[in-house]
Write a protein that binds this ligand. Structure first.
Ligand code: NAD
Length: 476
């Protein structure tokens, strides 16, 4: 009789195991390690929301603060019927480590409400969001200098605008109020590029990983992304933008996309924009004319590809299904998609893992830019755009004088153009992802070459957080 291996799927325990695996490579006092690992505080609350005179429902909400070694603490807001305290605590811990890896000066936090937004109207979701925010305000679990929520699964710009407005209603006249939440619409104090930032970061991170011939040779891959095959689980905010940018700008072929209700395949590559339009009209990616639809979502793991991008939820790749996976690189866009046991099995098979705490850090990086923008009360690029255009104009004229002919108009326009906010955001994001990857790769090779790259990412994070705690000392 075959033995069934039981895996611990508690997300909080999983993050702790990942932490412990890295900690053994560090000479840090056990007490300090325990302090870093622990979730500092969790606020659990129940709240009623009235939908009509005789109809109200009770909701459960959480906001966890994992570490205040830097303030404010930061992390997304999840609306899903799967939300639990363990999940929120685990996600808060990942936020701490993620921020440290990309040098974003925040501690980690996360929040959520247990309900399925698909079963509620926009008006009902607004009431839930506002009441949730009011509860956070009461206990000081939100505020520009304390705790700054952002979007996550089941929330987006709309919910962030409601949260910001609710905060402003309770704290009238607060000049920095807009910085109480990130991921807002640009017209409500958001920043250009935040909506697509996590997917953009995934693109930049994967692109950088495909720059090192020695690393790629070991995977039987050539450098560069052109023509590489990609499969993505989850066509939400992160999955959609990663698919779009990688296919439109780097020439990859997205040959498979999985959602909760089906898997689409096309060996020649899916047209991501057409698929997005289809989903908007039909409410599902199912039966997209440019692909074959398989109604079994689990078949996503059977598609051979160069890069597999899980971009849905945690605990998707487990001991039960990891043998089915046939990719060379597992690029974790979701938080916690791979269990530690599955990771070991994949690592043994030579599959390279680009870990979540690095790869999906684009969202919090651009959230940091948004927070800074809100506190400075000024759009990025507003002061320097025109000045740079004038300088570039002078330079172009000088070059034309030297070469004795005019530069073609299109090229001239490109050379002269001063930076818009989106250019500065994407450039800051790319620089962040590239340098974080290089640091992670260097630590991987020098400190833990036998481990997966996740251990290197955790080593960097633990070291940085430990240093902050050591410098802060212990009060009193
Ligand atoms: P989202 O809600 O926009 O998208 C998630 C998608 O996954 C949805 O389309 C959903 O239908 C799909 N999905 C759910 N269960 C599935 C299943 N079993 N199989 C296949 N598809 C499934 O959420 P998102 O913001 O794109 O977040 C996705 C992941 O990325 C999460 O793990 C989240 O924590 C992480 N993340 C998001 C951000 C961000 O800025 N939004 C930042 C960092 C990390």
């Amino acid at each position: 009789m075959a033995t069934v291996v039981k895996e611990d799927l508690n997300f909080n325990n999983i993050v702790s195991r990942q932490f412990d695996r890295a900690a053994q490579y560090l000479k840090i006092h056990q007490a300090l390690l325990s302090q870093i690992k622990a979730c500092n505080n969790v606020y659990y609350f129940q709240f009623p929301v009235r939908f009509s005179d005789d109809h109200y429902e009770i909701f459960e909400g959480w906001r966890a603060e994992h570490s205040q070694h830097k303030k404010p603490v930061k992390g997304g807001t999840r609306f899903s019927e799967l939300v639990s305290q363990d999940e929120i605590m685990a996600l808060a811990a990942l936020m701490t480590y993620k921020c440290a890896i990309v040098d974003v000066p925040f501690g980690g936090s996360k929040g959520g409400v247990r309900f399925n937004p698909k079963k509620y109207t926009a008006g009902q979701i607004e009431r839930i969001t506002r009441r949730f925010t009011a509860e956070l305000i009461r206990k000081e679990y939100i505020g520009p200098g304390e705790n700054v929520p952002g979007p996550d699964v089941g929330t987006g710009e709309r919910e962030m605008a409601w949260m910001a407005d609710t905060y402003d209603t309770f704290k009238p006249g607060g000049i920095d109020n807009l910085a109480c939440v990130t991921g807002k619409p640009v017209s409500q104090g958001g920043i250009a590029g935040r909506r697509e930032a996590t997917g953009r970061g995934v693109q930049y991170g994967i692109r950088e990983a495909f720059q090192y011939p020695d690393d790629l040779r070991a995977l039987s891959l050539t450098p560069g992304l052109e023509g590489k095959t990609v499969v993505i689980q989850g066509f939400g905010n992160v999955g959609y933008y990663a698919a779009k940018f990688l296919s439109e700008e780097d020439g990859v072929k997205v040959i498979g996309i999985g959602e909760w209700d089906c898997v689409l395949t096309n060996p020649d590559g899916l047209d991501i924009e057409k698929l997005n339009d289809w989903r908007k009209v039909k409410g599902s990616i199912k039966d997209f004319p440019g692909a074959q639809t398989n109604p079994n979502p689990a078949t996503i793991w059977d598609i051979p590809c160069d890069i597999l991008i899980p971009a849905a939820l945690e605990n998707q790749i487990t001991l039960e299904n990891c043998d089915r996976i046939k990719c060379k690189v597992l690029a974790e866009a979701a938080n916690g998609p791979t269990t530690p046991d599955a990771e070991q099995a994949l690592h043994k098979r030579g599959i390279k893992i680009i870990p979540d705490i690095f790869l999906n850090a684009g969202g919090v990086t651009v959230s940091y830019f948004e927070w800074g923008k809100n506190l400075s009360h000024m759009r990025f690029g507003r002061l320097q755009k025109h000045l740079e255009e004038m300088k570039n104009q002078t330079l172009v004229r000088a070059i034309e004088g030297l070469i004795g002919k005019e530069i073609p108009l299109e090229q001239k326009k490109f050379l002269v153009r001063g930076p818009e906010e989106i250019d500065l955001v994407n450039s800051g994001l790319e620089e962040t992802m590239v340098s974080a990857y290089q640091e992670m790769r260097q630590i991987h090779l020098s400190k833990a070459p036998k481990e997966s790259m996740r251990t290197a990412a955790f080593i960097i994070a633990i070291q940085k957080v430990a240093q902050a705690y050591e410098q802060l000392g212990i009060f009193p």
